[in-house]
Design a protein around this ligand. Structure first.
Ligand SMILES: Cc1cc2nc3c(=O)[nH]c(=O)nc-3n(C[C@H](O)[C@H](O)[C@H](O)COP(=O)(O)OP(=O)(O)OC[C@H]3O[C@@H](n4cnc5c(N)ncnc54)[C@H](O)[C@@H]3O)c2cc1C
Length: 600
C-alpha cells in the first residue's frame, strides 16, 4: 500500500524531502517545512549568484499567477512564472469555472442586473447573519481588501474576456455561488472548450464545449494569452525560498527553486508575486487553524493535480510576512471542508472525479463510487459506530437571494434565515474519544442491494483496494476485521459493526431512526457481499493566508509593506470567498502594481 502524497509532477513526498535535503541548506530542527521542501527558516540575504532573472517573478501558474503574469508582461515587464507541477492550471483548471465577478460587468448589464462596486462592497462586508447555520458570511472580511476587489471586479471580467476567456452565453445566475453576496446574481461560467480535460484526458463532447462550465477553458485560454504576451513559464520549478536584500529586511530580490534535483536562484528586479494557492495540503499548517485536521484528511480537492502545501505562506513568513483574517478559515461557512461526493477512493471531492485517461490517474488510483442517494448506506467511524443522519450535508455559504427580505447589515436578517442543523461534518470530525484530535476515517457501509440500486461497479478502477480505501467481505464481521490501512489507528471491532447494522435495520423496519433522525430510513443492509468504502470529509478551500493590502502587497507583523512582494488568491488572507474571482482579480491587481515597481 502506498501512503505517499504525490502530485502532478509524479514526485512523492519522500522523494521531495530527499531532494530538498540534498539540494538546499540544512533546515534547522523544529523549523516548519512543507512536504515539498520550502521551509520557514529565514533564508540568507540576496544570493551572490543568479541563474536567471526577470522584472517580475510569479510563483504558481494558477488562477492568480497567470493573470498577474500577463498583466505585468503587457505593462512592459519581463515576466517569469515558476510552476511546481508538470502542467499549468492549479486548482483552477480542475474547477467548475463558476466565476463570481460582479460590480457591474458587461454580462450583468446584458442580463439586466444592476450591480455596482459599492453594492458589491456592501454585500461582502455585511456583518449580519446570513447563513442557515447561524453564521455571518462576511463579518470578518478586511474592508480594504474587499474595496479593492469591488473596484477591480468588473475590470477583471472585461480583461478576461479581452484575453480570450470564453464565458457561456447565458444570463448571469447564482449557480456555484459561494459567499458572493446576497443582493444580485454574479455568477458567470467559463466554457470548457476543446482542450483535453484534466479529469479525463479527453475533450468534452463537441456539442457541449460552449455550454458546459469548467475551469479547463479558463486556464487554457489564459495559458494561450500568457504565451502570446511572451511570458516565460517554467514548469516543474518549485519555489522553496524567497530572498530579501538582507535576511529580514530590505526589498524582495528573488526566489530559489528546485527543478529535477537542482537548485536555481531567480532574480526579480521589480517584484515577486505569490500565487501558490493556499495551505490545506499541509497538515501542520492547517492545524494552526483547526487542530482536528489531522493526517487522515488526505482527500484534498484539486489534488493530485496540484497541492496546496503552504509553500508561499511559509517562504513569506520566513522573511517576516504576517498572516491575516484567520477566522475566515475556522468559521463554519463556505466550503473549506466538504462532504464527499464519492466513496471508495482517496480524492473524493464531489465535483471532481478522476477517470482513467487523465494524466494524473496513476496518482489518483481510483474514480470512486458517486453517491446519488445517502439512503443507500450508513456512515460509521473507526469503531464501526454511526454518528449522524447520513443525509446531512456540509457547511453552507451565502448566495444571491438566499436571505429573503434582505436588509444590508441588519440583525433582522437572522430572523429570515431558515436554520438548518443537518451538517454532518462536526460529528464526523468529533473522533472516538481516545484523545486524538481528528475524527479518523469515516466508512460508508453498504450491501449488494445498495450496489444494484446505485448501479455501481465496486471494482478497480472505480475503487481503490490496493491503497486501503475500499474493502469487501461476505459477512459484516469479516468486513470489519479487514479494514486495515494507515489512517485506521485502531481495529474496528467486528461486534460493533454487526450491532450497528442490526440496530439500523430495526430502524428501517420501524421507519424511524431513533438515534439520529434519518428520514425514513429506507433500506436494510442485509445482502452480502458487504462493503466498506472511504467516506472521510474532504478539505477544499483556503480562506486565510498572507496579510496583503489593497495593492496586494504583502505586509509584515507590524503592518509594514515588504517591498517587492505581492500575493493573491488562496494564499492571501482577509477575504472569505470561494475561489476564482478573488484569485483572478487579485492577480490582475498584483500584476499591475508589480510591473509599476522601480527596477533594482
Ligand atoms: C474541484 C474544484 C472546483 C472548484 N470550483 C470552483 C468554481 O466553480 N468557482 C470558483 O470560484 N472556485 C472554484 N474552485 C476554487 C478555485 O479553483 C481556487 O480558489 C483558485 O484556483 C485559487 O487560485 P490560486 O491562484 O490561489 O491557486 P491555484 O489556481 O491552485 O494555483 C496555484 C498554483 O501554484 C502552484 N504552486 C504551489 N506551490 C508552488 C511552489 N512552491 N512553487 C511553484 N508553484 C507552486 C500550484 O501547483 C498551482 O499550479 C474550485 C476548486 C476545486 C479544487
Amino acid at each position: 500500500m502506498s501512503d505517499e502524497v504525490k502530485t502532478n509532477s509524479g514526485i512523492s513526498r519522500r522523494q521531495f524531502l530527499k531532494r530538498a535535503a540534498g539540494a538546499s541548506a540544512v533546515v534547522a530542527a523544529g523549523t516548519l517545512m512543507t512536504q515539498h521542501g520550502a521551509s520557514a527558516q529565514t533564508p540568507p540575504g540576496a544570493p551572490t549568484r543568479w541563474d536567471k532573472e526577470a522584472d517580475v517573478v510569479v510563483i504558481g501558474a494558477g488562477c492568480t499567477g497567470l493573470p498577474a503574469a500577463i498583466v505585468a508582461q503587457e505593462a512592459g515587464a519581463k515576466v517569469i512564472v515558476v510552476e511546481a507541477e508538470a502542467d499549468i492550471g492549479g486548482h483552477a483548471i480542475t474547477s467548475g469555472g463558476n466565476v463570481p465577478l460582479g460590480g457591474g460587468t458587461s454580462a450583468q448589464k446584458k442580463s439586466g442586473i444592476e450591480d455596482s462596486p459599492d453594492l458589491l462592497f456592501k454585500d461582502l462586508t455585511d456583518w449580519s447573519v446570513v447563513q442557515p447555520n447561524g453564521f455571518p458570511d462576511y463579518r470578518y472580511n478586511d474592508k480594504e481588501i474587499i474595496r479593492a476587489f469591488a473596484d477591480n471586479s468588473a475590470p477583471t471580467f472585461e480583461w478576461l474576456v479581452a484575453h480570450g476567456v470564453i464565458f457561456i452565453d447565458q444570463p448571469v445566475d447564482t449557480r456555484g455561488g459561494i459567499s458572493v453576496g446576497n443582493s444580485v446574481p454574479r455568477e458567470m461560467h467559463t466554457a470548457v472548450r476543446h482542450w483535453p480535460m484534466v479529469q479525463t484526458g479527453k475533450p468534452a463532447d463537441p456539442t457541449v464545449q460552449m455550454t458546459t462550465s469548467s475551469g479547463n477553458g479558463l486556464m487554457r485560454d489564459l495559458e494561450v494569452a500568457a504565451k502570446k504576451a511572451g511570458v516565460e513559464i517554467l514548469l516543474e520549478h518549485r519555489m522553496v525560498s524567497i530572498f530579501r536584500e538582507t535576511p529580514n529586511s530590505g526589498r524582495v530580490v528573488g526566489i530559489a527553486v528546485t527543478t529535477k534535483g537542482n537548485r536555481l536562484n531567480i532574480r526579480a528586479k521589480k517584484a515577486v508575486i505569490i500565487g501558490t494557492g493556499g495551505s490545506t495540503g499541509n497538515v501542520n499548517f492547517r492545524r494552526m487553524f483547526d487542530p482536528r485536521l489531522t493526517e487522515e484528511y488526505c482527500g484534498l480537492s484539486g489534488m493530485p493535480w496540484s497541492d496546496q502545501d503552504a509553500s508561499g505562506e511559509i517562504a513569506a513568513m520566513a522573511i517576516g510576512a504576517s498572516l491575516w483574517g484567520l477566522y475566515n478559515q475556522t468559521g463554519e461557512f463556505g466550503t473549506h471542508i466538504t462532504k464527499p461526493g464519492m466513496v471508495g477512493c482517496q480524492y473524493n471531492y464531489r465535483n471532481l472525479q478522476w477517470v482513467p485517461g487523465s494524466r494524473v490517474f496513476n496518482l489518483a488510483r481510483a474514480s470512486g463510487l458517486r453517491v446519488s442517494n445517502w439512503q443507500n448506506l450508513i456512515l460509521v467511524n473507526m469503531l464501526g459506530q454511526r454518528f449522524y443522519d447520513e443525509t446531512g450535508d456540509q457547511f453552507s455559504a451565502n448566495n444571491a437571494g438566499d436571505v429573503k427580505r434582505y436588509v444590508h447589515g441588519s440583525y433582522l436578517n437572522a430572523a429570515n434565515v431558515k436554520y438548518d442543523p443537518r451538517n454532518f461534518l462536526n460529528a464526523a470530525m468529533a473522533g472516538i474519544g481516545d484523545g486524538h484530535n481528528g475524527g479518523g476515517p469515516i466508512w460508508a457501509i453498504f450491501d449488494a442491494d445498495a450496489v444494484a440500486r446505485q448501479k455501481w461497479r465496486p471494482t478497480p478502477p472505480n475503487v481503490d483496494i490496493d491503497a486501503g480505501f475500499f474493502f469487501s467481505a461476505n459477512t459484516l464481521s469479516e468486513l470489519a476485521s479487514k479494514i486495515v490501512m494507515k489512517y485506521q489507528r485502531v481495529r474496528m471491532p467486528s461486534k460493533n459493526l454487526e450491532e450497528t447494522v442490526e440496530r439500523y435495520n430495526k430502524f428501517v423496519a420501524s421507519g424511524s431512526d431513533l438515534d439520529f433522525g434519518k428520514p425514513g430510513p429506507l433500506y436494510k443492509i442485509a445482502k452480502p457481499p458487504f462493503y466498506a468504502a472511504w467516506a472521510t470529509p474532504v478539505i477544499h478551500d483556503t480562506r486565510a493566508g498572507l496579510r496583503i493590502n489593497a495593492k496586494c502587497q504583502v505586509q509584515d507583523m507590524n503592518g509594514q509593506v515588504i517591498p517587492g512582494l505581492y500575493c493573491g488568491g488562496e494564499s492571501a488572507g482577509g477575504f472569505s470567498q470561494h475561489g476564482l474571482a478573488r484569485a483572478a482579480c487579485q492577480g490582475y491587481i498584483a500584476g499591475k502594481q508589480a510591473a509599476a515597481e522601480k527596477a533594482i
